[in-house]
Design a protein around this ligand. Structure first.
Ligand code: GDP
Length: 190
């Protein structure tokens, strides 16, 4: 198994609060409510990240220490309609400073997208940041339990064309794709 131990370390509001780099970061991003906390909890085999009832609450970069060697980095959710322009600017700045400070540490950047939606503006911005910083990108399609196999096939094709990177269909409900995600993490971390 990939994760032997996992614990929450810090919710960073500023770069000064980032922990010292270790053997590598894997960061997770996605619009609010996409299922990011649920995926982190599945990967860590415990309830570490708060699964939200009200979307758009997290405004910090949360670092989880994995196997005392790696960080899973939970980037703040975005795209929540109620956040102000100033708040959105702060989000961009925080992500950019994380990327620019840790680009050499980031082994993989995981972007979760809702399989029922098309690529959103915020997803495109995030993918552009990843390209700009030369990061390895993995697209995880969440909530695929809501789609038929025919729909899903089209969606996978759509997202791989749109973002030109590897796409893994995933569902927290039936655990589809979890094994593939873990395999991808093992490959970049070990
Ligand atoms: P976050 O805001 O991205 O961290 O999203 P959460 O993990 O808090 O999940 C938001 C909501 O989506 C919760 O009600 C979850 O139970 C639900 N959810 C998460 N993953 C899935 C999934 O794969 N399928 C379905 N149907 N619901 C999911």
């Amino acid at each position: 198994m990939l994760v032997k131990s996992a614990r929450f370390l810090v919710a960073a509001h500023t770069v000064e609060q980032f922990p010292e780099p270790l053997k590598g970061d894997v960061c997770f991003a996605g619009r609010s409510n996409v299922g990011k906390s649920t995926l982190l909890n599945i990967l860590c085999n415990q309830k570490l990240a708060k699964v939200s009832k009200t979307p758009g609450k997290t405004r910090t970069i949360n670092f989880y220490l994995i196997n005392e060697r790696y960080y899973f980095v939970d980037l703040p959710g975005y795209g929540y309609a109620a956040i102000s322009k100033a708040e959105r600017q702060r989000w961009k700045k925080l992500i950019e400073s994380y990327f620019s400070l840790r680009k050499n540490e980031i082994k993989l950047s995981v972007l979760l997208v809702d399989s029922r939606l098309t690529a959103q503006e915020s997803d495109k911005i995030f993918v552009e940041y990843c390209e700009h910083y030369g990061l390895n990108l993995l697209i995880v399609l969440s909530k695929t339990d809501k789609l038929s196999e025919t729909q899903l096939k089209k969606v996978v094709q759509y997202f791989s064309d749109e973002f030109g990177s590897e796409v893994i269909p995933y569902s927290a409900l039936n655990r589809r794709g979890v094994k593939e995600i873990v395999e991808r993490l093992v490959k970049v971390l070990e």
